[in-house]
Design a protein around this ligand. Structure first.
Ligand code: MLT
Length: 375
């Protein structure tokens, strides 16, 4: 049996991906893989048997990536699998802010009497709101979600600027040519009527929307945050709403200090909560996990490099710290493929070409994190 532990509710479509002999449950002994969504794993004791963790979603701030890497645990995510769902919530947020939809729905719900038609016609002037056509939106972070948002906004007749420090040819090929890519984050935000953020939460992105970054933005700017709550300083955004600098803030990550505040619209982290996105994420996460457990191939890892090798019988897979690369290579056969990303590296080698003592020798190399024979 190959046991998979799930720490959150995961779409049952994942089970269809697992080969015979795999069992996924909420509680299970000696799991080799963990499936997770938003469960916070930082203080979670990961069982020794675990080879990999798959995040059914994009954000991985709930997983201790380096701690996992140091234990030889590969962490995957599912970039793009829920991007359409998030894009649709962003488009909805734009329209909610442009038009006074929430206020007008709430007002209409309270109407009573025989003259509702008259009350409606008299009252509607309080709910005049602007169109998004021709307005400028800054899309901060042109990953799978940002690109979809940017393209949809072009289709809706908006002027779109995109900011992404890693905007290479692959992203360019997917992006509508009308999107103007800017290399200066602040200039991109300052040019916009709407700013939508699509970056991961990292030390470097914490509170990227703050009093300083807000100061030079247009008066009456709308900020949309369907990425992570920690990207926005709530005290600063509340002050900016009070001063009129920010007209509205939409966040999919409500905290006590923003709930009920006028002109802050909160939704309960529903960006990826569609059956379609949940299915896509579960299937992609299960596929990545199975290919790693069965073949040692790594795709969409967030703590080890991507690496794939055609299967040719038994193989040795070695996770190591970057500084151990030369020593690891010297012990493996000529057909070995290796890759290093940041502080961590990975090697896959056909077992037939290795010396008999190779496995034991590798395990002794300082910086080698895991040696696994497959097949
Ligand atoms: C994500 O990071 O992709 C979302 O937070 C997914 C989710 O809601 O689980």
């Amino acid at each position: 049996m190959t046991n998979i532990l799930k720490l959150n509710k995961i779409s049952p479509l994942a089970d269809k991906v697992f080969p015979q002999g795999y069992v996924m449950k909420d509680e299970i002994e000696n799991p080799v893989g963990i499936m997770v969504r938003s469960f916070k794993m930082h203080d979670y004791e990961i069982p020794e048997s675990v080879l990999c963790v798959a995040r059914a979603g994009a954000g991985v701030n709930n997983i201790p990536l380096d701690k996992c890497a140091d234990k030889g645990i590969v962490v995957f995510n599912t970039p793009g699998a829920n991007s359409n769902a998030v894009k649709e919530l962003v488009i909805c947020s734009l329209l909610l802010c442009g038009r006074k939809i929430i206020d007008s729905v709430n007002w209409t719900q309270k109407l009573t009497g025989d003259d509702i038609g008259k009350q409606v016609e008299d009252g509607k002037k309080a709910f005049i709101g602007g169109e998004i056509l021709g307005k400028t939106i800054a899309v901060i972070g042109m990953g799978a979600i940002g690109i979809k948002v940017a393209n949809a906004c072009v289709a809706l007749g908006m002027k779109v600027v995109g900011y992404d420090p890693n905007f290479g040819p692959e992203k360019k090929a997917l992006t509508n040519p009308e999107v103007v890519i800017m290399s200066d984050l602040q200039k991109a935000m300052d040019s916009a009527d709407f700013v939508t953020i699509h970056v991961p939460f990292l030390d470097s992105t914490k509170y990227m929307i703050n009093s300083k970054s807000l100061a030079s933005m247009k008066d009456g700017v709308v900020i949309i945050n369907c990425a992570r709550g920690e990207l926005v300083n709530n005290d600063d955004i509340k002050a900016a709403i009070k001063s009129g600098k920010v007209a509205k803030y939409v966040t999919d990550f409500p905290a006590a200090d923003v709930i009920g505040v006028e002109n802050i619209i909160t939704t309960p982290h529903i960006g990826a909560s569609t059956p379609e996105a949940e299915d896509n994420c579960a299937v992609m996460a299960a596929e990545e996990m199975v290919d790693y457990i069965e073949n040692g191939n790594i795709r969409n890892s967030v703590n080890f490099p991507a690496l794939k090798k055609d299967r040719n019988g038994k193989r040795l897979c070695v996770l190591f710290k970057a500084e151990a690369e030369a020593k690891v290579k010297s012990l493996l056969s000529d057909d070995t493929v290796t890759a290093v990303r940041g502080n961590y590296g990975y090697a896959i080698s056909d077992f037939s070409g290795c010396r008999a003592s190779c496995e034991e020798a590798l395990a002794q190399v300082p910086g080698v994190l895991k040696v696994r024979k497959i097949g």
